[in-house]
Design a protein around this ligand. Structure first.
Ligand SMILES: [Zn+2]
Length: 98
């Protein structure tokens, strides 16, 4: 069972890295959010911001992947009637564009 959190400390359980053990965060509380104290690391507002930023990154990555997927699908559709050999020939003729 988890112990009651000391209201004077950061209101976060941290894992000790060993199995299921966790204890209250021992960092000095820096901010108060909705009547609860948190240290700079576990400040929910900061964490939310970090999460939102990560989320935006994920969304961007997803959009890029999706755009690539769409492109591949379109190309596949466009070249459906063309044999792979013919495409290879086309690519060779065009040369390396890099
Ligand atoms: Zn903390």
């Amino acid at each position: 069972m988890r112990k009651e959190l000391n209201p004077e400390g950061c209101q976060t359980y941290v894992s000790t890295g060993r199995g299921w053990y966790s204890h209250q965060c021992l960092n000095k509380p820096k901010v108060e959010r909705e009547g609860k104290l948190y240290c700079g690391v576990h400040d929910p507002v900061r964490l939310k911001k970090l999460y939102d930023e990560k989320h935006k990154e994920w969304e961007k990555e997803w959009a890029e992947t999706e755009a690539k997927r769409k492109r591949i699908n379109l190309m596949t559709k466009y070249f459906e009637e063309v044999s792979t050999e013919e495409i290879e020939k086309l690519v060779e003729e065009k040369g390396d564009k890099k």
